[in-house]
Design a protein around this ligand. Structure first.
Ligand code: 5CA
Length: 437
């Protein structure tokens, strides 16, 4: 993509309304714009990152055996009256009246709808277990939307729902999602700690939140210092017993959110206990038959009797993750995207767009990188070098390739890894291999 034809409205000044660095950088780097309190437009660069994050979430859900669907954002109030949550959800639910005075709402989560749709399509215990998921916009009329996409009103969520014949099977589904979550966040370059958590308005008695440790996090978190080391994620998720042992092993090292502090376990953790703040990027719940019973989901068991499936639900804050990744990976000059979620792999800078020879060399390298399947943002604008470097650092693309008149004369370009600092001169032929490696 040529920057001369792109839409990248970067800001020189830090917007006054943004209190935390990720929000400031998302505005400055032209990723998002606020259109109303807690509601954002996704600009081209931000949308690319959102799609990358979504892609990683999707790949790990698919790998865990979950099946993708897409539910509507606008739902009928009837559905929510059936479960009793229409009144219980309170002012966070955005209620809408249509032209026929029918009560509708913008979905803040989707247990009721998934349970109802699933109920309409299964008959027998042989149709279980199943996990369905979607990646869809949600709306919660948060009393205090803040920190940009971290606590928005409209936000993108991956929500999954599991249906199992009994508790043991439901535990296996829960554990599958548990490991899928750890793999998802690791693939984005994030260090995430699973914490024992409260269940809140979703209900149930077993829940974990997944937190990125960051000073700007909204939750207080407490964890064993062992959690500061990365964990091996090698376990066979199809082997229920092995997976349970793996999850039990993780849970043996204390980690809990503020609301779920467990004095006895905490005391046992003793001096090894770390206290910090965390950004909740995901939460998983097991809640038994709460929604299946309410929504009339039952299947025929092996002996012909009716069985009410056990359920869990599993959320990931897809749009919030972008803020969390930036909180975890930036410097004074801007964002440092982990490779897996970077909007482009390379920013190619033509230092002298007014010089025909330099421009011809930069054009040729651009064509070569594109032909090599590399995602390139080509800064072909007629601007000063300093401004181009500042933009490149701000938007945080992992590789910066600089074409200047001196190098062109010598047949070389400059290659720099964002965040690493050191520059390297190399022949044009070597560039593609380097940025792909
Ligand atoms: N039904 C369950 C699981 S699908 C559920 O709604 N869980 S949740 O309430 O924990 O939301 C899932 C994830 O969405 C959270 O972990 C968080 O990362 C993200 N999230 C929740 N509220 C917001 C918000 N206001 N802005 C951005 N992300 C949010």
């Amino acid at each position: 993509m040529r920057l001369s034809r792109y839409f990248l409205p970067v800001l020189k000044e830090t917007p006054g309304e943004a209190q935390i660095v990720s929000h400031q950088l998302m505005l400055r780097a032209g990723l998002i714009r606020q259109t109303a309190a807690g509601i954002y437009a996704w600009l081209p660069l931000g949308l690319r990152v959102l799609k990358k994050i979504e892609g990683i979430v999707r790949a790990e859900q698919d790998r865990a055996g979950a099946v993708e669907v897409l539910m509507p954002t606008i739902q009928s109030a009837e559905l929510w009256k059936t479960s009793g949550r229409y009144d219980a959800y309170g002012p966070e639910m955005l209620r809408i009246t249509d032209r026929h005075d029918r009560e509708m709402l913008f979905s803040p989560t989707a247990e009721e709808l998934f349970t109802t749709i699933f109920a309409g399509g299964v008959r027998s215990y042989r149709d279980l277990p199943r996990i369905l998921y979607q990646i869809q916009w949600k709306f919660r009329d948060e009393i205090r939307p803040r920190f940009g996409v971290m606590r928005g009103r409209e936000f993108l969520m991956k929500d999954a729902y599991s249906f199992d014949i009994d508790l043991a099977s439901a535990r296996h589904s829960y554990n599958r999602m548990f490991i899928a979550y750890l793999r998802t966040f690791a693939a984005m370059g994030l260090h995430v700690i699973p914490m024992r958590a409260d269940t809140g308005p979703i209900g149930g008695d077993l829940s974990h939140e997944f937190h990125v440790v960051a000073a700007t996090g909204e939750s207080g978190v407490f964890y064993h210092e062992k959690w500061e080391q990365p964990r091996s994620l090698e376990v066979d998720a199809d082997d229920a017993a092995a997976l349970q042992a793996y999850v039990d092993g993780l849970n043996a090292d204390y980690a809990a959110t503020d609301e779920k502090r467990d004095p006895a376990l905490e005391a046992a953790t003793g001096a090894s206990l770390k206290e910090s703040r965390g950004i909740e990027v995901g939460q998983i719940f097991y809640f038994g038959t709460k929604y299946s019973a309410a929504m009339g989901l039952s299947v025929q068991g092996p002996d012909g009797s009716a069985i009410v499936p056990h359920m869990g639900s599993y959320g990931i804050g897809v749009s919030r993750l972008m803020g969390a990744i930036i909180e975890a990976s930036h410097d004074d000059a801007g964002i440092i995207w982990p490779d897996a979620v970077a909007p482009y792999r390379v920013v190619l800078i033509n230092l002298r767009a007014d010089d025909a020879v330099c421009t011809a060399a930069a054009d040729a390298l651009y064509a070569k990188l594109e032909a090599g399947g590399v995602e390139v943002l080509y800064d072909d604008r007629d601007e000063r070098g300093g401004a181009k470097f500042a933009t490149a650092d701000l938007i945080g693309v992992p590789w910066q390739v600089v074409v200047g008149p001196k190098g062109v004369a010598a047949g070389t370009v400059e290659v720099k890894r964002r965040g690493a600092g050191a520059k390297e001169e190399m022949g044009v032929e070597a560039v593609v291999a380097r940025v792909i490696s």
